[in-house]
Design a protein around this ligand. Structure first.
Ligand code: ATP
Length: 513
């Protein structure tokens, strides 16, 4: 099945099974805004818990905060967002559609890369085991031609972005003969800068009201609380502050479902270190964060680092952790060495001294910062994309199963009485009432057992138990495993011990030690 079709299926599965709904669905939705349904919210909370506990419980020197979404407007002046949190936009006059100029050029680069990959795949098929890919890439005429084109375009594009040369970005679009996918024409406007922050008014009277922004990242809430937390928590450098919260960006082109939203959630951690040690910490956090992703068991081949060539003016190193989505490798998390830029800027704009006094060396300095920043929604999407599977069963039937890591699954155990009579529902409820304190259980009595299993497979429930007539006398139930579909008879008294360890966030956290 084409990857595009797989993605469409995942999007509709998310809606059909209560994971993600378009916002204000009865009014036909709102662009790039989504709501999480009854199963989505559980999965999302489990992802957040896994992140939070890996930061705050596993590190003695990391604490959490929860800052407000509204912040003093000067925060965004100091951070550079008012002046520079822009994307270059371009309109097509015929379709009246708006695009990000950088994305149009990056798509063009991806098309050239695709051509190279096709040549390689063709040759691989032809030569079989004897195929030497490196040699083929270095010598094949067509590949070299495409590669030269790619390199030239890439260099021109990187320079234009580094200089934020808007005229040059437009010229590249014209020279590359990039057309609007809707109208098919090259009738482009000039490229303009577009600020991504949402503005609103705070205060009741027009005179007294001031413009405030919906925060475009949670990080600034941490920076402005650096002194508060360091002093009241008696924190010694190196230490970190973690936060989970909503962020808002007026994205020009919102695509790919919850990959790019206008309202989304971030999990960010700012780690404050001594100047000069930041690149060592950067390397450590790069590894730590990748290990966090890989502990979910999705296979290391599905992740890669993408080091930034174009660094923000305040950063001295930056990398993305990318995950293989159905639409290619995409950024899920950014790890940035932000120097002392943010704290220095806030010191300058607020007039406060924002420093750390090192009792060992008797010196004061402005700490340097390593940031790890991951989008909850993108993480959710990567989990969904990897877990969604259509399996052919022996009888020729197919089943749709979400092979979610058990610790993230919304429901851990479904309790199913074989029939709705003979005391079986009562027995099932008795089991539920005992286990519900330990993990999320769901009771279901409608339809055949087979249908009920399929429904649980579709929401990724790792275990189901069936309560039958024998249960009333032998106090055993049939435990069915989602992935293997194997069924075993187990005593009710052993259920908790059998299941709890496998479905707890602790089981994931232990893999990180
Ligand atoms: P992109 O280049 O994809 O726009 P970014 O580099 O601007 O992302 P950061 O500012 O580094 O993103 O934000 C950190 C993380 O927040 C990203 O890795 C991503 O997971 C998440 N994120 C950023 N923008 C969005 C969005 N519009 N919708 C959902 N998640 C987002």
């Amino acid at each position: 099945m084409a990857q595009e079709d797989v993605f469409k299926k995942i999007v509709s599965h998310c809606k059909e099974y209560g994971f993600v709904f378009p916002s204000s669905d009865i009014y036909d939705g709102l662009g790039a805004v989504y709501d999480y349904g009854q199963n989505g919210v559980e999965l999302k909370n489990n992802i957040k818990q896994y992140w939070w506990q890996s930061m705050v419980l596993l590190h003695e020197n990391i604490v959490g905060i929860d800052a407000a979404i509204f912040m003093h407007p000067t925060v965004w002046k100091a951070s550079g967002h008012v002046d520079a949190f822009n994307d270059p936009l371009i309109d097509n006059r015929d379709s009246k559609k708006r695009y990000r100029a950088d994305v149009l050029i990056e798509d063009q680069l991806a098309k050239i890369e695709e051509k190279i990959n096709k040549e390689v795949a063709k040759a691989q098929k032809r030569f079989g085991d004897a195929f030497d890919e490196a040699q083929f890439r270095a010598t094949n005429g067509r590949v070299l031609e495409h590669q030269a084109k790619f390199d030239a375009l890439h260099e021109r594009y990187s320079k234009a972005m580094n200089d934020m040369d808007l005229a040059e970005l437009k010229q590249i679009i014209l020279d590359e003969e990039i057309v609007c996918p809707i109208s098919g024409t090259r009738n482009w406007t000039d490229v303009r800068q577009f600020n991504l922050m949402f503005k609103t008014e705070m205060g009741s009277t027009a005179d007294g009201a001031s413009t405030v922004y919906l925060r475009p990242e949670t990080a600034q809430g941490i920076f402005v609380n650096y002194l508060n937390v360091q002093k009241t928590g008696r924190m010694k450098i190196p230490f970190g502050i973690a936060q989970i919260g909503k962020a808002f960006r007026n994205e020009i082109v919102a695509r790919q479902f919850i990959f790019r939203m206008r309202e989304f959630e971030q999990m960010e951690m700012q780690f404050f270190v001594k100047p000069g040690t930041e690149l060592d910490w950067f390397t450590q956090w790069k590894q730590h964060r990748r290990a966090w992703h890989e502990a979910l068991g999705f296979g290391s081949e599905n992740y890669r680092y993408h080091d930034h060539e174009k660094l923000a003016h305040y950063a001295n190193a930056a990398t993305d952790i990318e995950f293989k989505m159905p639409f290619g490798f995409k950024e899920v998390e950014g790890i940035h060495s932000r120097t002392n830029f943010d704290l220095s800027q806030h010191a300058k704009y607020s007039g406060r001294k924002i420093e750390y006094f090192d009792p060992e060396t008797n010196e004061s300095y402005t700490p340097y910062v390593i940031e790890t920043s991951i989008g909850v929604d993108r993480m959710f999407l990567s989990v969904m994309c990897h877990s969604y599977q259509e399996e052919k069963l022996e009888g020729g039937e197919t089943r749709v199963v979400l092979k979610l890591p058990a610790a993230l699954a919304p429901v851990k155990l479904a309790v199913l009485p074989l029939v709705k009579k003979d005391g079986l529902p009562e027995k099932a409820h008795e089991i539920m009432n005992d286990l519900k304190f330990h993990f999320n259980c769901k009771y279901e009595e409608k339809d055949s057992i087979g249908k009920r299993y399929r429904r649980q497979d579709a929401i990724g429930t790792p275990y189901c138990i069936t309560v039958d007539h024998d249960t009333l006398t032998d106090n055993c139930v049939t435990l069915r495993d989602r992935d293997t579909m194997e069924q075993t008879r187990v005593p009710i008294s052993e259920l908790r011990a059998l299941i709890e360890d496998k479905v707890s966030i602790t089981s994931l956290l232990k893999k990180l030690q």
